[in-house]
Design a protein around this ligand. Structure first.
Ligand code: PSU
Ligand code: MN
Length: 305
């Protein structure tokens, strides 16, 4: 007989107790720690995000692979270790999972891989900064994040601040529509553009309360519809960056990336690093605040579920 997938999974005792007792749990990813932010801000942010989930009445479950084991819930030491090692840890998406696990290695899970582990653990709400999407120049590169395909198949609600304009936002929305993934604007009719509250692109549905989001998630499950939902939560205006300025910075970073010939899974970490460098850390501060804000909303939605 095949061993169950869950034989590869270690649940933090607090997380499994919460799920057993019907208490709210919020999953969090770890690529944002290793590849999304520099040390030590990455560790500080991961810790603050977990505390925000707790303050919102839910239990945080940061997801990663440690020594080949899938983890739902990390210790403070494990978070610190991933943060210190940064990009030396394998960025792990769906296709990487079997190799990182069978080698007994450590892996920082992307949105896609974190969704897989969250679903396995029975966690239905997940918070992050931004999801991957269709990259600009997709006509040449075919670069479309596996996050979108995961949203098409795995039933986890992903609370994020939309997608960065390093991506092709319009095409990302078209792809999600084709795959039947609802995109919900939280308190907005427009898809947020990560550093700024609006990309100008309309969302499919608007929700103004956690209860409204929870009701749609419950109905989707009862209807037996597979796949996830994107809950797009705009960055609070007091932390937002200037749209024109950040667009110019992003355009410049993309040009530099093309000149250096950086492709594939290295593109997102490269662009994030460049943008932080060029904005002298202002993009990093905005990034931190929007993640915290998403963790707060995710806790409320998990509570309403
Ligand atoms: N967007 C961000 N910060 C991040 C990522 C995306 O603003 O850290 C990470 C997430 O882990 C996401 C991954 O799942 O990048 C997408 O990578 P790729 O495009 O290679 O699938
Ligand atoms: Mn990619």
């Amino acid at each position: 007989m095949q061993p169950a997938a869950t034989s590869y999974l270690d649940m933090d005792p607090e997380v499994s107790a919460a799920l057993r007792n019907g208490q709210a749990v919020v999953a969090l990813e770890s690529t944002i720690i290793s590849h999304g932010m520099p040390y030590p801000e990455n560790v500080e942010t991961a810790t603050r995000v977990e505390q925000t989930v707790r303050d919102g009445g839910a239990i945080p479950a940061t997801i990663a692979i440690i020594g080949g084991r899938l983890k739902a819930g990390l210790t403070g030491d494990e978070i610190r270790n991933l943060g210190e090692r940064g990009q030396a840890v394998t960025k792990t998406s769906r296709r990487d999972l079997p190799f990182v696990v069978s080698r007994g290695a450590d892996g920082a899970t992307t949105v896609a891989a974190s969704m897989i582990v969250a679903a396995m653990a029975g966690i239905r709400v997940f918070a992050t900064g931004g999801i991957g999407g269709v990259h600009r120049g997709v006509e040449q590169t075919m670069d479309i994040s596996a996050d979108l395909e995961e949203l098409a198949r795995t039933a986890v609600a992903v609370v994020c601040s939309g997608v960065k304009s390093v991506l092709d936002i319009g095409r990302t929305l078209e792809y999600l529509e084709t795959k039947g993934v609802p995109v919900v604007g939280y308190g907005t009719d427009r898809l947020p553009a990560f550093f700024t509250p609006s990309s100008g692109f309309p969302v499919d549905y608007r929700a103004d309360t956690p209860a409204e989001v929870a009701a749609a998630l419950r109905t989707k499950q009862e209807l037996g519809l597979s796949g996830g939902v994107v809950v797009a939560n705009p960055i609070p205006v007091e932390h937002a960056l200037d749209g024109d300025e950040i667009d110019a910075v992003i355009a410049h970073a993309i040009k530099e990336m093309e000149q250096l010939g950086i492709t594939g899974k290295d593109t997102t970490p490269f662009l994030l690093g460049k943008i932080a460098e060029r904005t002298e850390g202002r993009s990093l501060r905005a990034n931190i605040e929007l993640v915290v804000n998403n963790a707060r909303l995710a806790a409320e939605i998990a509570g309403a579920l």
